[in-house]
Design a protein around this ligand. Structure first.
Ligand code: ZN
Length: 370
């Protein structure tokens, strides 16, 4: 597998405050680092470089995106305002918890450009399975708005690039614990890009995130599938979401290339999520995704890094996902804290109801599938 990264992804610093909220909190003795920080990417890179999977990976340095490339998804006026906000010298909150400052602009360009470099390698046949290990993340960024730690939508840019380079149909599967609202918004009117988001039921979170993530946000010809899962969903619910909804959609849509927005904030220990996925769950997701790519796209698969905020466990989950992508079934890196039970097995009726609602919403657009 080919991993793409760039040193400039470390230069974005959203500062300190109360968890994700910037500012001074007089009662807080030790301000907390913003959860979307360079250390989380450093940890993820290092588990791949130093973990038992290391010998199976090839490393590539990415590049900076051009502003013309960003404009294939984003509005020029938004990009001008974003660049100005990053000019400093002070940090600026674009919305409540999405903060930029000096150093953010090179990181934004590197995250986008490195994802595009990985996409180009897949499309040119220089790589089959490629992972863009980048930050800041992107899937909440909408064509004209920043949201949820995201300024520019890396995976949407990759999908747009694939379409420009001749892919007739592109599919995006997003398993970050939060709704991929920015990606949804970018392709809502485009029936040639199938967007599927598996996420916890968190609803709209204000002006920067008006989308609800509910199954009834269907897009053109039902080509946007929101698989909204109840809080507490664990491995079994995620695998059912893939097997019972995402896989049938992908097999019917038959994309030329499969893109995945890979977040680890659905993990059992993530402070930003209320789901319960373990490393074993991510390993199983990796196996399924690689299998779908082999079956449908000639193996052409691009993954981009999205959330994942409990650094150590996110790294364990990443290693497990990559093992799954490479077809390794016996864990190479043990999960030392897999002690939270999967209550979704006992409460299968909750997942039954969640998935039934998704299938019912999609059914009119996908005859014979649901
Ligand atoms: Zn997330």
């Amino acid at each position: 597998m080919d991993v793409f990264w760039h040193e400039d992804c470390f230069t974005h610093d959203a500062g300190h405050g109360l968890w994700e909220l910037p500012g001074d909190w007089p009662w807080l003795d030790v301000p907390e680092q913003h959860p979307e920080n360079a250390d989380r990417l450093r940890t993820m890179l290092n588990v791949l470089r130093r973990g038992p999977i290391a010998s199976r990976l090839r490393w590539h340095v990415g590049r900076a995106a051009t502003e013309d490339e960003l404009a294939t998804v984003h509005e020029r006026g938004y990009l001008d305002a974003l660049r100005a906000a990053c000019a400093g010298p002070e940090r600026v909150a674009l919305e409540e918890n999405t903060v930029v400052g000096p150093g953010s602009w090179p990181a934004i360009l590197a995250a986008a450009g490195t994802t595009l470099a990985a996409m180009e390698a897949v499309l040119d046949g220089r790589a089959t399975k490629a992972y863009a290990m980048v930050r800041p993340p992107g899937h909440h960024a909408q064509p004209g708005a920043a949201d949820g730690y995201c300024m520019v939508n890396n995976i949407a840019l990759a999908a747009a690039s694939a379409r420009r380079r001749g892919a007739a149909r592109v599919a995006i599967l997003d398993w970050d614990v939060h709704h991929g609202n920015g990606t949804q918004e970018a392709f809502l009117d485009d029936p040639d890009v199938l967007t599927i988001s598996v996420h916890m039921r968190h609803g709209s979170w204000g002006g920067s995130h008006p989308q609800t993530g509910a199954p009834d946000e269907l897009g053109a010809r039902g080509r946007n599938a929101n698989i909204e899962l109840s809080l507490g969903a664990g491995d079994s619910a995620y695998l059912r979401a893939v097997d019972e909804v995402a896989a049938p959609l992908l097999r019917t849509f038959r994309p030329d290339v499969l893109l995945c927005a890979s977040g680890f904030d659905a993990s059992a220990f993530d402070p930003n999520g209320r789901h319960n996925v373990t490393a074993e769950g991510y390993r199983a997701i990796g196996r399924r995704v690689a299998g779908l790519a082999d079956e449908l796209t000639g193996g052409r698969l691009l993954l981009t890094q999205e959330g994942g905020y409990q650094r150590g466990y996110a790294a364990v989950c990443l290693h497990a996902l990559v093992e799954g992508l490479l077809g390794i079934t016996r864990p190479l890196l043990p999960d030392p804290i897999a002690y939270v039970p999967d209550d979704a097995v006992r409460n299968a009726a909750v997942t039954d109801a969640d998935l039934a609602a998704v299938r019912a919403a999609l059914a009119p657009h996908w005859p014979g599938v649901f």
